[in-house]
Design a protein around this ligand. Structure first.
Ligand code: SF4
Length: 338
């Protein structure tokens, strides 16, 4: 993995201004994406992961609004770009793959028409050249007889094939950054495994950077090099995949890891779901967003948002237990403290 940063998100804040009040969906989020890496973004529903990525792409729906922070893509702040400037970047230098391929496809146009239109909107090529690129991309994503399939409408494709076509479309303009928002969640497990394998293969061949949003830690293990864990609109932990799975330093991450099946367990272990529900971001907690569900919560957790503590150059966690003056708590790894 290169150490060259392609994306730097700094202090990003996004809110939805509803008739009930301000929903603070993304609260001071910081992270970087390096050239050629696959960064996983994991968390429960409502943790802010999709809103963060829609903010990065500037694809927020109203009443959502970026209220602070910077999104530096190759050093340029996307937050300050006009709609027109963003349209040139979206689909060309950055593209997004959504969970439901039908939301990205128009049912009344053929797959070929839609691909050619996308390619010609971003590349200065003739219709014939755009068709050739489309056929090449459909071949690359494993669609058999691509020349014939170009003439099909989306409803003539299976769910897995539609997602392959959407991936082909997203990659057809050689984007440097692809954001994939739960692209396999709507598919059955076999097709899910094929699509993940395909994305891994394409990333290695095309060297794009990918942000992969998921609630599934198994997907993270299979595809990503680094991961950020989001909760209550904040980044709770950032680590390499190995650090996250073998040395998690945040009670929320530990809870997520305990709630997935361990295929190597020799006993019939019960899964341990995290009790309680995520915070209401209309009235976010004053302190740690996880405090109402955390078995280690202390008084300070109710009053102060924990800072990010650096555990290693690649590993950071947001938890008061990592402070040097925190009490020793059984079950939480003491040597991680600063
Ligand atoms: Fe739990 Fe407190 Fe750490 Fe939050 S800061 S994860 S509530 S111990």
């Amino acid at each position: 993995m290169s150490k060259e940063k392609i994306l730097e998100v700094k202090g990003l804040q996004t809110s939805f201004y509803t008739h009930l009040g301000e929903v603070q969906s993304v609260r001071n989020v910081d992270f970087d994406v390096y050239k050629g890496e696959v960064l996983g973004v994991v968390g429960e529903s409502g943790s802010g992961k999709s809103v963060t990525c829609s903010s990065v792409m500037r694809l927020l729906q109203k009443p959502g609004k970026i209220k602070g922070g910077q999104v530096l893509f190759k050093g340029e702040d996307l937050v300050t770009k006009s709609e027109k400037e963003m349209r040139k970047i979206q689909g060309n230098e950055m593209s997004m793959i959504f969970q439901d391929p039908m939301s990205a496809l128009n049912p009344v146009y053929t797959i070929g028409n839609q691909m050619v239109e996308v390619i010609r909107a971003h590349k200065n090529v003739s219709k014939k050249e755009a068709e050739e690129i489309a056929i090449k991309m459909l071949t690359l994503v494993g669609i058999p007889s691509p020349e014939e399939r170009m003439k099909n409408y989306p409803h003539e494709f299976s769910g897995g094939m539609r997602q392959r076509a959407v991936i082909a479309m997203a990659l057809s303009c050689d984007p440097e950054l692809v954001i994939a928002d739960e692209p396999t969640t709507a598919l059955d497990v076999t097709i899910q495994a094929q699509i993940l394998e395909l994305m891994k293969d394409l990333q290695e061949r095309l060297h794009s950077s990918i942000i992969f949003i998921t609630h599934d830690l198994g997907v993270i293990a299979q595809l990503c090099t680094r991961v950020i864990v989001m909760y209550g609109g904040m980044v709770m932990e950032e680590a390499t995949v190995d650090e996250l799975f073998y040395d998690a330093k945040n009670p929320y991450t530990m809870g997520l890891l305990n709630s997935i099946p361990n295929p190597n367990a020799d006993t019939k272990e019960r899964l341990q779901p995290i009790p309680g529900s995520p915070p209401d971001l209309l009235n976010p907690p004053k302190g740690c967003p996880f405090c109402n569900r955390c078995e280690y919560a202390m008084k300070v957790c109710l009053d102060e948002v924990p800072e990010m503590h650096e555990i290693s150059p690649t590993h950071k966690s947001r938890c008061h237990l990592l402070r040097s003056d925190a009490p020793v708590v059984e079950g939480f790894v003491k040597e991680a403290r600063m």
